[in-house]
Design a protein around this ligand. Structure first.
Ligand code: GLA
Length: 425
């Protein structure tokens, strides 16, 4: 080894040891950006016609979404995953036991679809359940088989199809009257995926207790920390935000907390009062995106990106907030304190995330019913009395230089999202 090779070897060793804190399968080094079928137009139409929640997808819709992701600016900003939720599987396995797609919805087969998406530079995800059946029949009259008893076979099928992301849900997990053990089966499935040799992002959807037990980070690239997120503020988004407040310590390169899909804009779901369809204001959608970003969460949009409304564009294409989500330091943020405002001690919240260099992202969030002035004391972000430069990431505006503290007027359910850079030591 010559003198040049020694520092190179150290660099390689350092990179290898620094790269991941979690599942070391080479993917999920940054939170995934993409789309999921869960609240697409088709699913909402079906929901409307049957009066029940159904996720419906088909190959025409998926190709249109893929094309839209490329032409509407999302692809250029890093969105890559096109994921099918509980809507693609056939009601029966093939004779050899292999899992198959619903032929009515995917007449050309999954491999063709995957090839199409890959040819556009996109990545493809599928859904399964750890149990005997999936969680809903997605509009079909019979239940859809889950992967129980077929973990290895399904992992191979997914890899052969060129799948890049698998979400494993937790439904119908009682086998012979006994609940299966999450750690055992998640580990088994994760090993089966890794054994295929194809790097596949693994998302765990429930089964374990909360907060996420330590095994989740060893076997998966993201894990749900809550039940389903719906397009409603009071009993959904505001709760998910509270759940995300203390969980930053569980996340890192290779493994991320998953607060579930983004409901941005609710497009495609115009007049539904229940389940997924729009129940939030533009302000609430912005707060949702801000919190998902500062917590380094997956940004998987589940509304109809073929019809981008102005609020969807303003949110999903906000480069500066996406940069926070994808920051190279890869340290998740969370709630660091409160500003005691008139409505209650825990209403005006301060969230922070260390970024690369001498910057931090900060969200001043108003969980209350009234509007409030929220004061950030720089002590709350470890910079007591310091001088900083502040930029507003929603207004895309430099606000100037501040020493010691900063005040912002924040409307009910809204937030101010900032990039704060230290200018003196
Ligand atoms: C569960 C999951 C959801 C979704 C549905 C599909 O409820 O938590 O994210 O995948 O199943 O049926």
């Amino acid at each position: 080894m010559n003198t040049l090779q020694i520092p190179l070897l150290f660099l390689v060793c350092w990179l290898v040891t620094q790269e991941t804190f979690a599942e070391d399968n080479g993917v999920g080094l940054f939170p995934p950006l993409g789309w999921n079928t869960w609240c697409s137009e088709a699913s909402c139409e079906q929901h409307h016609s049957k009066g029940k929640l159904h996720d419906v997808c088909n190959e025409t819709e998926i190709k249109q979404v893929a094309d839209a992701m490329i032409s509407n600016g999302m692809f250029q900003l890093g969105y890559r995953y096109i994921n099918l939720d509980d809507c693609w599987g056939a009601t029966k396995r093939a004779e050899d036991g292999s899992i198959q797609a619903d032929k009515n919805r995917f007449p050309s087969g999954i491999k063709n679809l995957t090839d199409y998406l890959h040819s556009k530079g996109l990545l493809f995800g599928l859904y399964t359940s750890a149990g005997l059946y999936t969680c809903s029949s997605g509009g079909r009259d019979e239940p859809i088989p889950g992967s129980y008893g077929h973990y290895e076979q399904d992992a191979k099928t997914f890899a052969n199809w060129g799948v890049d992301y698998v979400k494993i849900d937790w439904c119908n997990t009682k086998v012979n009257g006994k609940e299966i053990d999450p750690e055992t089966v998640h580990t088994e499935f994760s090993k089966a995926l890794n054994a295929t040799g194809r790097p596949i992002f693994l998302n765990l959807c429930r089964g374990y207790s909360y907060p996420p037990p330590s095994y989740t980070a060893k076997v998966a690239n993201s894990w749900r920390v809550n039940g389903d997120h719906h397009d409603r503020w009071d009993d959904s988004t505001s709760h998910v935000i509270e759940i995300m407040a203390p969980v930053a310590k569980y996340a890192g390169p290779g493994g991320w907390n998953d607060p579930d899909f983004l409901m941005t804009g609710g497009a495609g779901c115009d007049d539904f009062s229940m389940s997924h369809c729009p129940g939030q204001t533009d302000i609430e959608y912005k707060t949702e995106f801000s919190i998902w970003s500062i917590t380094a969460s997956p940004l998987l949009v589940s509304t109809d990106i073929r019809n981008m409304t102005s609020i969807m564009k303003e949110i999903l294409l906000n480069k500066e907030i996406l940069a926070v989500n994808q920051d190279k330091r890869r340290v998740a943020g969370g709630r660091v304190g409160f500003h005691d405002c008139s409505e209650g001690k825990e209403i005006c919240q301060i969230w922070a995330r260390p970024l690369e260099g001498l910057s931090k992202a900060v969200v001043l969030y108003n969980a209350g019913k009234d509007d409030h002035d929220i004061v950030l004391d720089f002590k709350q972000i470890g910079w007591e009395g310091k001088k900083v430069m502040i930029r507003d990431l929603w207004a895309h505006k430099d606000l100037g230089s501040f020493t010691g503290d900063f005040k912002s007027h924040v409307v009910s359910h809204g937030c101010t999202m900032l990039n704060i850079t230290l200018t003196d030591e």
